[in-house]
Design a protein around this ligand. Structure first.
Ligand SMILES: [Fe+2]
Length: 304
């Protein structure tokens, strides 16, 4: 199982920070790696849009400040999530090496707290810059040679983490034949648990079809008949929402941690708690006064 970014020990974290010469994270709290972990919970983030310039403001939002606030909140939970998943558009615009240096740095508190972090790529990422900057991720085994995909196993679900980046700074996405073949084959081989499929881009049925995965129909042809697939989780639209495909697959659109395209929508993150026959989603808004803050959604899995 490829671990994209495994947890780091406190000693390694400190050594790394000091070796970098900047002590970049030493102003942030350090958390003991002895916190209780809930193996059924996953922190789901998307569209961080972090920039090399930590002061960068986009649509009146400082993306670094937003991400740091969320990382602090996740690290401060009574029970730590088993894993943090960040669903693409990690970088601000074109996935520059300096963006990923900042991202790697800002991920350290989560990893030092004991949580592995798994990352997908969005249309504002650059795969080669990402692989180069995050050496641990680049070193992971690649089930599909030119894509950043993974099968993540957990007690109550298997997560199929896909790579829908087709071309940096071009809005639509594409999975491609080799990745779809891997997905179909790996779903065939893993029918024992509910399957959750995650990629950055939306499907045409939810959000602007022009922004969606170009080969959405091929994806649906694979996941609809694989009855263990219960949800498709994506970001990209910067618009929190949930719908259900005609097949009963839940479509979960994560909010951005960064800026919004539509004012008034929530930005923040989602804590997903896997149940035996579904999932509970807890929406954590950055604006604690947002009417959606604290929203809890219980989704029941379709029949297998
Ligand atoms: Fe985005």
């Amino acid at each position: 199982m490829p671990i994209h970014l495994p947890p780091v020990s406190r000693r390694r974290f400190l050594a790394g920070s000091l070796a970098a010469g900047a002590g970049l994270l030493l102003d942030q709290p350090l958390f003991a790696a002895t916190r209780a972990t809930d193996v059924h919970t996953w922190a789901l983030l998307s569209d961080t849009h972090l920039a090399a310039d930590r002061q960068k403001i986009e649509r009146a939002v400082n993306m670094t400040d937003n991400f740091k606030a969320i990382a602090l909140e996740v690290c401060g939970l009574k029970h730590l999530p088993a894993t943090v998943l960040i669903n693409g558009d990690l970088a601000l615009g074109s996935g520059e090496p300096g963006d990923y240096a900042v991202i790697a740095d800002l991920l350290q508190p989560l990893r030092e707290a004991g949580m592995p972090v798994h990352l997908t790529l969005g249309n504002h990422d650059d795969r080669n810059h990402f692989w180069t900057a995050l050496a641990d991720a680049g070193a992971a085994a690649r089930p599909v040679a030119d894509r950043h995909v993974a099968l993540l196993r957990s007690p109550r679900a298997n997560w199929f983490v896909l790579d829908s980046l087709e071309k940096t700074n071009s809005t639509p996405g594409l999975l491609g034949d080799s990745q779809l073949a891997w997905l179909a084959r790996t779903l065939d081989e893993n029918k024992d648990k509910p399957a959750l499929v995650m990629a950055h881009h939306n499907l045409p049925v939810m959000g602007d079809p022009k922004m969606a995965i170009k080969d959405s129909e091929q994806l649906l042809e694979i996941i609809r008949p694989h009855r263990q697939v219960k949800a498709y989780i994506f970001g990209h639209t910067h618009s929190w929402g949930i719908q259900q495909d005609v097949s009963g697959i839940h479509l979960i659109n994560l909010p951005p941690t960064s800026y919004l395209f539509t004012p008034g929508k929530p930005n923040g993150w989602v804590l997903a708690t896997l149940q035996r026959h579904g999932v509970r989603l807890d929406l954590h808004c950055l604006d604690l006064h947002h009417p959606a803050h604290g929203q809890k959604v219980d989704l029941k899995w379709r029949a297998t």
